[in-house]
Design a protein around this ligand. Structure first.
Ligand SMILES: [Zn+2]
Ligand SMILES: [Zn+2]
Length: 269
């Protein structure tokens, strides 16, 4: 695990060698947003908390987008996240800054073999879908295929339109490594920063905070004190100024009939 983390961060340094192009930046923004929404709307608000309803095909697409974010398969992610809510700031909360320190809550916890221990019971409801089990089982293969596709895409662009100034390796570095590492830290900050720094409008009995900086990069997940207050809500930014991109996207998807029954916070409506 530690090797994987170091490897991904080191691969980002290849940017010195491959440079940058508008095409690579555009693809990196796209993979950041799509896979980020797979995590926030998919793994988190839909699978872990059942904040809205959708069709089985779209459920699969959400799980696929989340699985490509290199943050573990759906069963693992959901099981650990539900444990975080159930045991917040106790010994059994694997990424509590109060219990284990800031570094451990940010990334260190995933380098502890304990985090891969059996906790599947927390995500048993997902096991009734063979297509989700397949995503979990072939998770590493998916990641590999994604990297190869991005490389092939960059190489193809270079062959057809060399004036774009991109290449297979450049597309891999931006669309896969840099995008993944930035999305990691945005997600991890919800566990570390959003249990340490920010405002706490709700007395939730834990250290969760609202943090606008994290909310911006984590697509709305930085309104984490609101989330601990009302975990089932599909909307985390509840005030007009609490920008929550995931909520904006979910509302748009509701308008076109892709998702339905979006749950709102109990108190603020
Ligand atoms: Zn939390
Ligand atoms: Zn949650």
């Amino acid at each position: 695990m530690a090797l994987g983390f170091v490897g991904f961060h080191a691969a980002c340094l290849l940017v010195i060698h491959v440079g940058v192009s508008a095409a690579a930046l555009l693809v990196a923004a796209g993979t950041y947003l799509l896979r980020g929404l797979g995590i926030t709307a998919g793994f988190h608000r839909y699978f872990a908390h059942r904040g809205f309803k959708t069709s089985r095909p779209f459920q699969f697409l959400l799980a696929l987008a989340g699985s490509l974010a290199v943050q573990g398969g759906p069963m693992w992610w959901v099981a650990h996240h539900r444990a975080h809510h159930r045991f917040t700031e106790t010994e059994r909360d694997q990424h509590s800054p109060r219990m284990h320190g800031l570094w451990h809550s940010h990334m260190g916890w995933m380098m502890d073999a304990k985090c891969f221990g059996p906790s599947g019971a927390q995500a048993r409801d997902l096991h009734e879908y063979p297509e989700l089990k397949a995503l979990q089982r072939h998770y590493l293969l998916l990641i590999l295929a994604q990297a190869m596709l991005l490389f092939a895409f960059g190489a193809g662009l270079n062959a057809l339109w060399p004036e774009l100034g991109t290449s297979g390796l450049q597309m891999l570095v931006w669309g896969f490594f840099i995008s993944t590492v930035l999305l990691w830290h945005a997600t991890f900050m919800v566990n570390s920063v959003c249990h340490r720094w920010g405002s706490r409008p709700h007395d939730t009995g834990d250290d969760s905070t609202n943090n606008a900086f994290v909310a911006l990069f984590a697509l709305g997940e930085g309104w984490h004190n609101n989330h601990h207050q009302d975990a089932g809500s599909a909307r985390h930014g509840v005030k007009w100024w609490q920008f929550d991109l995931t909520w904006v996207v979910l509302r748009a998807l509701e308008k076109v009939g892709v998702v339905r029954d979006l749950r709102l916070p109990r108190a603020s409506g």
